[in-house]
Design a protein. Sequence first.
Length: 53
Amino acid sequence: MAAKAREQLTNRVEDLYAEEQARFSAATARLGVDEDQAGRLATAAAAIREELR
């Protein structure tokens, strides 16, 4: 019974994450934002911090 409940919960959480990812992707597409932009900004910030050491 617990295994079944865990499986159902895991499936529901995966569904929720998929829905949120789709919502996020749709919003960034509407705004013309590249989803990889945050990663590039983090990389650039790390490079600047390293340069300033």
